[in-house]
Design a protein around this ligand. Structure first.
Ligand code: NAG
Ligand code: NAG
Ligand code: NAG
Length: 284
């Protein structure tokens, strides 16, 4: 008892009290709510990475089938996999075919509220890149899930940044290759140094060519969390982009400017469009 009290005092940040569940936003569904609406249970599990970052991951259902990780992309989070409902989302389709589905988050998302070393307001907390996410976060998730499932291998589904971090892990920690049963990598991101790979999209070109200046501008203003999620931002974009709103066409035009015009590929009959194209929602 005395020893653990002593330890508690020694571990930086622990005095703040450990959150017992992931953050939620008033009026917005949590991962658990979204899973339950589709008829599944959900379990939130906290993972502490080797370098001390606390990240919540979510198990949807409790299938005894082969485990699979679904790793979101840039500026998204686990809920982007399950915002559309049981007949549409990959997570639910995988559950129906017998997989054990785990939605993981990366450091820097709302599901990462603290690290053992730095508070979220400390600039050092934000001193990471896709390198750390691939080197620490993904291996920590894999080890945690394999331990819970008493399994040796896992499937991996990555989208965008979720593919990049997978490449980082398998390159720098090659022992993890043998823990992967198979991987499906959507919109893979591997090289950023070839400007031609950015295509003609002016927004991507601008961001890439000015990345250092943009970074310096934000840090000089002590803004480290880029486009933080808030209930009001999600709500207002939902209203603007929902299929029930007359402004949806304008919303889709704006999305087209950022990611290119692929209107036919966008599912317009959704209210929660914001979870799917979260970063675009926030630009609006
Ligand atoms: C799995 O979930 C179902 C329903 O959500 C529940 O009835 C069952 O007891 C659970 N099984 C285990 C092993 O947790
Ligand atoms: C960020 O961390 C690295 C070590 O991982 C260190 O070399 C670098 O100086 C840090 N950057 C800042 C701005 O503190
Ligand atoms: C909008 O989407 C909802 C489902 O989220 C659907 O029930 C409704 O029919 C749609 N409305 C229109 C006008 O497409």
């Amino acid at each position: 008892m005395l020893a653990s009290l002593f330890l508690l005092l020694l571990v930086p940040g622990s005095w703040q009290g450990k959150p017992i569940r992931p953050p939620s936003f008033p009026g917005l569904p949590t991962v658990k709510d979204l899973a339950e609406a589709a008829g599944y249970s959900a379990t939130d599990i906290e993972v502490i990475t080797e370098d001390g970052y606390s990240i919540w991951i979510h198990r949807i259902g409790n299938s005894s089938g082969p485990p699979v990780i679904l790793q979101h992309g840039l500026l998204l989070a686990a809920d982007s996999w399950i915002a559309r409902g049981p007949d549409k989302d990959l997570a639910f389709l995988l559950l129906k075919t017998g997989f054990d589905v785990w939605l993981t988050n990366l450091r820097g998302t709302v599901y990462n509220q603290y690290s053992l070393k730095y508070s979220r307001t400390d600039p050092q907390f934000w001193n990471f890149s896709f390198h750390e996410a691939g080197y620490y976060d993904i291996p920590a998730f894999i080890d945690k899930i394999l331990k819970i499932r008493k399994a040796k291998k896992i499937f991996y589904v990555g989208h965008s940044l979720g593919t990049l971090v997978f490449f980082v892990m398998n390159s720098l920690r090659p022992e993890y290759n043998s823990k992967i049963q198979g991987a499906a990598l959507f919109s893979p991101v591997a090289y950023g140094s070839n400007p031609d790979a950015l295509g003609a999209n002016p927004f991507l070109r601008f961001s890439f060519n000015n990345a250092d200046a943009i970074y310096a501008e934000f840090t000089s203003r002590r803004i480290y969390e880029f486009l933080p999620r808030s209930a009001s931002s999600i709500k207002s974009v939902e209203e603007f982009c929902s299929n029930l709103s007359r402004s949806q066409e304008i919303c889709l035009d704006i999305i087209g400017i950022f990611v290119g015009e692929h209107r036919t590929n966008i599912d317009k009959v959704i209210v929660n469009i914001c979870y799917d194209v979260f970063f675009l929602c926030l630009f609006i």
